[in-house]
Design a protein around this ligand. Structure first.
Ligand code: CA
Length: 222
């Protein structure tokens, strides 16, 4: 994978680059938000690893800019901040996952493996429609009958993953990898997310999420 690392602590950055290149990845490196934007404009990457405390701002702004341009580049946030508000701010900005400093290099590798496994489950770029539901990846928006639904970020991702493949059964594991980047210890997380999506779609929606006993879930017309 081609990975962009944005970190102003040269010790951490060098360790990351050495470790990831040893594992066969190709790394590029920036020390500021501005440097990161330049690299992202110049080359294609498969993953972004970004620190929050950078000399010219919060690393989350790099992710926010990417998402505003419609990019679904996988983004991992490195942070020493561990309050719930900080985690939520990360996901709100469009981060896919985060690691609290200090972290073990193996943890970074485990997160990268998770993206490689989900492979084609990345949301594809474009617009998809099923019944009265439409997902627009560049606007990062799900619309019903033309009006945008106010879905929380993970609920939006669930629709983004399932809508391009109507009637396909997604296993719990597949959905968890696509949404959280790794399997969840409890099945309650996915169940509550499905509940959120169903509530937002509403009972009169022409599309529904169907439980397929023992197989998982599919999105289908009612
Ligand atoms: Ca820093």
């Amino acid at each position: 994978m081609r990975i962009l690392i944005v970190e102003d602590d040269t010790h951490i950055a060098e360790n990351l680059v050495l470790f990831l290149e040893m594992k066969g990845h190709e790394c590029d490196y920036a020390t500021s938000c501005r440097g990161a934007s330049q690299r992202l404009a110049q080359a294609e990457f498969d993953a972004l690893i970004v620190d929050r405390g950078l000399p010219d701002g919060d690393g989350l702004s790099v992710i926010r800019d990417l998402r505003a341009r419609g990019s679904s580049l996988w983004a991992l946030v490195l942070t020493a901040r561990d309050t719930l508000e900080d985690k939520l701010a990360g996901f709100e900005a469009g981060a896919d996952d985060y690691l609290l400093k200090p972290f073990a290099l193996q943890e970074v590798e485990a997160r990268l493996d998770a993206i490689a496994r989900r492979g084609k489950l990345r949301e594809d770029a474009g617009t998809w429609q099923l019944g009265d539901i439409e997902y627009d990846s560049s606007a990062q928006e799900v619309r019903r009958g033309g009006s945008a639904l106010r879905l929380p970020p993970k609920a939006l991702r669930l629709v983004a993953v399932m809508l391009p493949h109507p009637n396909r059964a997604f296993s719990r594991r597949e959905l968890e990898l696509a949404i959280w980047g790794h399997e969840q210890e409890s099945s309650d997380n996915l169940r509550s997310l499905l509940h959120t999506v169903r509530r937002h779609l509403g009972e009169t929606c022409s599309v529904e999420i169907v439980n397929m006993h023992g197989l998982g879930y599919k999105l289908a017309l009612r």
